[in-house]
Every structure is written in structure tokens, then in C-alpha cells.
Design a protein around this ligand. Structure first.
Ligand SMILES: [Zn+2]
Length: 387
């Protein structure tokens, strides 16, 4: 798509909602897609307008969100996450990071600015909340409760150790006292949910015990919290947007030696993300797993290990269509035990398919390579439906 608008067709003005329009009804039940603000935004047909939306993420998020609204004409639900937590740590004195630009000196200005750029609701510019930093967490609560707007989500970019047995009680207590809806972002290298064994259960507890919680910048944990009563959630379009890392650390990709990075595709039967390179290797000598989504149309999932942008977009659309179909399916079950049971059974059925798929491609039942059940999936498949 060209970036130059057709002069005969003026782009529509960004739809601006003021601070009195509440965030909760706009976001309720949605699983949003985190888009990388490095890329020129293009609307995705794969996005379900009733159950999804976009979180524009990264340093240029506001400008890209505005382009998505105006040049690209996107009308759906939109959040802007400029990710101040990627470079700033929250302190007791300064829990929110007002943009360094002098034009936008206060937190309220930052929230108003997001709305002017087309956001449906505004996210507080909270800094990263380090392990056990109670003073920073309480400062977030205190400052958040001074905000007199209906359109604000309080962003909580927390280190995953806040979900440990020792800290979860305090996290729940503080979150319960924040008057606005909340958006948790988990920090850790690799998958935060694999950090310790009790993280999936405690994350659920947080979402069950506190009202209006959402989980952003995550992976399939989005569906787990949605099944357990979350307000909304957000899944990253690429693996770096499916968690966050503390400001003083560099991303470790687990890849040795550099070279191009390929997308990770969501496996529809196994419910895990797998790198395109390893998929093409695993399926080198056997029929690949196939997919029936609109993008794949029955083709194999071994085809994404190419460095070009179109292949990446195709892989991303496949992943988006795959989890979107699960979100639609979930929406057809009643909130509560019916929905939780459906999710647990779905995860359990996926876990059961690993040994079969590994044997089909010529690996043993418990191979060191091949497909491994991600520990969070195993937890979702086995944790009790009711706490
Ligand atoms: Zn597909």
C-alpha cells in the first residue's frame, strides 16, 4: 500500500474521544494485537473488529497510531503504548514518566495526547516496577488515584517476581485499591510464565480477585486470563512484543551466531509458538502440519523460514487468525465455569497431541528436540477450574 494518500480522497480525521468516555465498555472482552510501531501501519483484515483491536507499541507509537487512524483509516479499538517502561524505572518519587518533551509535561497531558492521536482509552506512562519495590508500586497507586478521568488504564509493568508466593498478596492488595482499570505487563527474559512454577496459578489469582484487570504484551496467557474474567488482553505480533525486559537489560533471543531472525508461528493443534527455522527443519522429511486458516488455506506450516517482509506478514496473519478463532470460540461460552472448562479442556487436548506429533515426524515420545509442551500450557491444562 502506498503511503501517499490519494488527493481526491481526504483521509478521515482521527476519531477523538474525550476523557469522560469510559475505558471499560470499550475494552471489555477484547484480545488486542500489539503492533510494532517501527513498521508503517497497515490495517489487517484478519483482525476481528468485535473482539479485537490494536495496541500500537514502541517509541514512535503515537505517530504510528495516528497514521493508522488517518492515512490507513482504521476505525477499531486502539491503544497507544509508547513503552516508557522500556527505558525508565518507576520510583517512589516518580512512578509515571512524563514524556521528556516539554510540550507534554504532566501525566494528564500524556493521557490527553494519546486520545488526540486516536487512542480509544489512555494508558498511564508507568515506569518498570522492579522486584519487591513496594514503594514504587504504592506510588503508582497513589498517583493513579489522583487521575480524574474515566478513560484511563493504569499500566503496571511489573517484574514477574511480583507473582511469586511472597509478593502476590501485596500485589493483589495494591491493585484492589487502584480505582481505574489496570493493565499488567510482565517483565522477564524469555517467557515470564516459565519463571517459577506457581506463576500461572498466581496470575490467575490476581485476575480472579481484582476487578477490571487486563494483561498486555503477552502470548496465550491472554486467553487464560480472559477465560478467568479479565477485562481485556493483548498478544504481541512478534516474540519481543509478547513480554518485556527490564530497562537495564538487553534482549537475549536464545539464538546463537546472529543471522536473520524468522517469525514464530502459532501451532493450531499444539497451541505453542515455534520458530519458522525449526519448523522447516522438523518437517524437512515428512508432511508438515497444515493449517486451515484463511491465510494458509490448507498449506503446510513449514513455509515461513524466509527473510522477506511478505512472508513475515503471512506468518503473523496466520498466528493472528489462529488465536482470533479461539477468542471467538471462547466468546460463545458463558462467562464463568463454562468458559474456564472449555479453555482447560482445549489446553489438555493440545498437551495430549505432542507425543503423537513427535512420533509422526520420526522422533521418540520424549525427544530432546522436536515439540516440547510449554510449562504454562501444562499448567493451564491441569490447574483446577475453580480456585
Ligand atoms: Zn494458518
Amino acid at each position: 500500500m502506498s503511503n501517499t494518500p490519494d488527493p481526491r480522497q481526504q483521509p478521515p480525521a482521527a476519531r477523538t474521544l474525550d476523557h469522560t468516555v469510559a475505558a471499560v465498555p470499550l475494552l471489555q472482552g477484547r484480545v488486542l494485537l500489539h503492533e510494532n510501531a517501527i513498521n508503517i501501519p497497515r490495517p489487517r483484515n484478519a483482525l476481528n473488529d468485535d473482539l479485537s483491536g490494536v495496541v500500537m507499541t514502541g517509541p514512535k507509537a503515537d505517530a504510528r497510531a495516528f497514521q493508522l487512524r488517518t492515512t490507513a483509516g482504521y476505525q477499531g479499538t486502539l491503544l497507544i503504548d509508547s513503552a516508557p517502561y522500556a527505558t525508565h524505572t518507576a520510583t517512589a518519587e516518580e512512578p509515571f514518566i512524563a514524556p521528556p518533551d516539554e510540550l507534554f509535561a504532566t501525566v494528564d497531558d500524556s493521557l490527553t495526547f494519546q486520545k488526540a492521536r486516536g487512542a480509544s482509552a489512555a494508558l498511564t506512562p508507568t515506569g518498570y516496577i522492579p522486584p519487591a519495590s513496594s514503594r514504587a508500586l504504592k506510588a503508582v497507586m497513589r498517583e493513579a488515584n489522583r487521575i480524574e478521568r474515566a478513560d484511563t488504564l493504569v499500566s503496571l509493568p511489573i517484574d514477574v517476581t511480583w507473582l511469586n508466593r511472597e509478593n502476590i498478596g501485596q500485589l493483589i492488595a495494591v491493585c484492589s485499591k487502584i480505582d481505574h482499570p489496570k493493565a499488567v505487563i510482565l517483565f522477564r527474559q524469555f517467557d515470564p510464565l516459565e519463571q517459577t512454577k506457581d506463576v500461572p496459578a498466581n496470575l490467575r489469582r490476581l485476575f480472579t480477585e481484582v476487578e477490571h484487570m487486563s494483561l498486555l504484551r503477552t502470548d496465550l496467557a491472554a486467553l487464560d486470563v480472559m477465560a478467568h474474567g479479565a477485562l481485556c488482553a493483548g498478544i504481541g505480533v512478534q516474540s519481543s512484543l509478547r513480554h518485556a525486559i527490564p530497562p537495564d537489560e538487553k534482549a537475549r533471543t536464545g539464538k546463537r551466531g546472529g543471522g536473520p531472525t524468522y517469525p514464530h508461528a502459532l501451532m493450531p493443534e499444539l497451541m505453542c509458538f515455534k520458530g519458522a527455522e525449526s519448523l522447516s527443519k522438523l518437517y524437512a522429511n515428512v508432511d508438515p502440519a497444515t493449517c486451515d486458516c484463511e491465510e494458509c488455506d490448507g498449506r503446510g506450516l513449514d513455509r515461513f523460514a524466509l527473510p522477506d517482509g511478505e512472508t513475515r506478514r503471512e506468518a503473523d496473519n496466520h498466528t493472528l487468525l489462529t488465536w482470533s478463532s479461539w477468542v471467538s470460540e471462547m466468546a460463545s461460552y458463558r462467562v464463568g465455569n463454562e468458559r474456564k472448562t472449555w479453555w482447560r479442556n482445549k489446553c489438555a487436548a493440545a498437551v495430549d497431541r505432542y507425543a503423537l506429533e513427535n512420533q509422526r515426524i520420526g522422533l521418540g515420545a520424549h525427544p530432546k528436540s522436536g515439540f516440547q509442551v510449554p510449562p504454562p500450557l501444562k499448567a493451564w491444562a491441569t490447574l483446577p477450574v475453580a480456585p
